[in-house]
Design a protein around this ligand. Structure first.
Ligand SMILES: Cc1cc2nc3c(=O)[nH]c(=O)nc-3n(C[C@H](O)[C@H](O)[C@H](O)COP(=O)(O)OP(=O)(O)OC[C@H]3O[C@@H](n4cnc5c(N)ncnc54)[C@H](O)[C@@H]3O)c2cc1C
Length: 447
């Protein structure tokens, strides 16, 4: 079997490795327009938080390691055309030579691009997005020099950037058009706690404000105009939603209304010999009627496994996503899974929820930590449909427990009676999840 994969980021790499693990005889050609592979997009944050000493280290594989595994990696190779009728692709190499490669199966892993706007920008080098290694190097350099920076978008990337930039003697503005940060993942209770931390750190938070334009003052400085204010900046970072990159296939493959490539549960497109995965497709969301564009690596690697299995004739279906996420910001771990109350309403699901702040340890221990926990249940069935956690303690594994609970349609009563460990040196007799469920159960039934 000869498989060509376009795009060597998380998705393309995982599919290539899986194909080789399943059958080392598979001929795998991985084509990438950049000159490097496997850079992790949030590398900038890791570098600024001094978790790594060099940005270039934030990758988990090199093209040499892929070569050793028998994967044929073509770097600086931009695919320009796909001929599905002939089952060939055309790419341009670094010397602008045009080359043709045939395939038996093709995997599209072209991912997503950030930032498209109709706004007139102050000048290209003053407004940046970052995802790839070269763009991250550039942004890091500019951030060092900049004195007044606006970050557009209060999602994970924007808030993580604020955290990494705080206390560095810069004026930082975070501009979010919604009425809270991280609104796609968190309810008001946790968002408000984070917003307070953002403000306490000295970052100027602009909620309910949209950027409407920029105007130059001089070579260095410009005005970022929002719906409420005019901010004097020398740098802007755009951290808004990415869009799927379907340039190569939009003329001949079926697309969804949101612009992603339409795939079945086997990651197969409308052309049975072309599979798609990662950020270029939409995902079925548990408790939602729609498939959605959810650019998260946890979706990318799972869809890549499913695509590789099916390419080699092993039928496997993609499950669902709960869009499970976790981060560490302002000295707290924040994690989320499933639907927020607002999303549930949008899906027509009647919900009830609980929000509690609970101690983690028994009171006799010196170390005392607390967890903020929110759980959203479907009214009537008591099925868990969403969960959110925040703590200075690393509670991130518990979000995976909540994700599993949502996936398995676990009820409030089952969460109370589920078997979780107790150790007096670590936790309380009821773990955080069962305790929060237990308190909610008592609240509901007490007379
Ligand atoms: C700043 C930032 C931080 C993030 N942090 C997280 C995080 O903490 N956790 C998380 O789960 N997700 C995170 N994400 C999202 C995550 O990065 C994406 O979900 C993931 O990169 C998508 O992987 P992919 O392989 O589908 O596509 P991409 O990573 O978009 O890669 C697509 C690849 O295809 C190549 N390509 C495209 N067109 C062609 C062509 N014509 N010819 C050859 N090659 C081509 C591109 O050069 C690129 O290398 C973050 C995103 C950003 C921008």
């Amino acid at each position: 079997m000869k498989v060509v994969i376009i795009g060597a980021s998380h998705g393309g790499l995982h599919a290539a490795l899986t194909l080789k693990k399943l059958n080392p005889q598979t001929e795998v050609i991985l084509i990438e327009k950049r000159n490097e592979v496997s850079f992790v997009s949030s590398g900038i944050i890791l570098r600024m938080n001094q978790l790594v000493d060099e940005l270039d280290k934030v990758r988990y594989l090199t093209s040499e390691e892929l070569d050793k595994k028998g994967i044929d990696v073509l770097l600086n190779a931009t695919v320009t055309t796909i001929h599905p009728d002939k089952k060939t692709i055309i790419y341009e190499d670094i010397h602008k030579n045009t080359r043709e490669v045939s395939y038996e199966k093709l995997i599209l892993a072209t991912g997503s691009n950030q930032f498209s706007t109709n706004l007139t920008l102050p000048s290209k080098d003053k407004v940046t997005v970052f995802k790839s290694y070269p763009s991250s190097v550039e942004v890091l350099k500019k951030l060092e020099k900049a004195k007044s920076i606006s970050i557009v978008g209060g999602g994970y990337i924007g808030v993580e950037l604020c955290d990494a930039l705080k206390g560095k003697g810069k004026e930082i503005h975070l501009i979010e058009s919604a009425d809270s940060v991280l609104f796609r993942y968190l309810g008001k209770e946790l968002s408000e706690l984070i917003e307070q931390k953002i403000r306490d750190s000295g970052v100027k938070l602009h909620l309910n404000e949209s950027v409407i334009g920029f105007s130059n003052i001089d070579e260095e400085t410009f005005i970022t105009k929002t719906t409420n204010e005019e901010i004097r900046n020398d740098y802007v970072i755009v951290a808004v939603n990415a869009r799927p990159d379907t340039t190569l296939v939009k003329e001949f493959l079926d697309l969804n209304a949101n612009g992603t490539v339409r795939v079945n549960e086997h990651m197969q497109t409308s052309d049975p010999d072309i599979f798609a995965l990662g950020d270029v497709i939409s995902y079925p969301v548990r408790n939602s009627y729609r498939k959605s564009f959810i650019p998260l690596v946890n979706n990318v690697v799972r869809s890549a496994t499913v695509a590789a299995m099916n390419v080699l004739g092993h039928p496997m279906k993609y499950n669902m996503t709960q869009k499970t996420t976790a981060t560490k910001i302002f000295n707290s771990y924040v994690a989320s899974t499933g639907l927020t109350e607002v999303e549930a309403k949008f899906e027509g699901i009647e919900v009830e929820s609980t929000f509690l702040t609970l101690p983690c340890q028994l009171p006799f221990l010196e170390l005392q930590e607390e967890v903020h926990i929110k759980m959203v249940f479907e009214k009537g069935s008591h099925k868990l449909i969403g969960g959110q956690l925040m703590s200075e303690k690393d509670i991130t594994q518990s979000i995976n427990t909540l994700s599993l609970a949502i996936d398995k349609e676990t009820t409030l009563e089952e969460l109370v009676t589920m078997d979780f460990y107790f150790n007096p040196g670590i936790n309380q007799p009821m773990g955080i999840i069962s305790r929060a469920a237990y308190e909610f159960l008592i609240e509901k039934y007490k007379v």
